[in-house]
Design a protein around this ligand. Sequence first.
Ligand code: FES
Length: 121
Amino acid sequence: MGSKKYTWHKVAEAAEDLQWSPGEIAEVLAGDVKVCLARFKEVWFGFAHTCPHAGAPMTDGYLVGACQVVCPVHQLKFNLQNGGKDVNGEGYRLKTYPVEVREDGIYVGFEEGGGFFKKWF
Ligand code: FES
């Protein structure tokens, strides 16, 4: 298996530039795609702006436990560490994106040829 290649988008100069507080969900633009960011301890996670169940805005969700985000509408809970699988066993998967904190800013990666993200996510 080859390693995945990503196109990286700078979304902020630093965490202080985000409209965000620890324990909350930030919304950023990666290119022209809205993406949510959350940080657990010192690890950042990127995930889709829209819930895969019925399209709720994940920025209105909340964070719980070990790297999980809860949708605000029907409370499906997604684990950001295992690729966004729902922990309720419903079979939904919240699209996740890698996040890198570099010296010059925070970057979100879109898998090249992955084709799973769309502008409306
Ligand atoms: S819209 Fe998110 S769980 Fe239903």
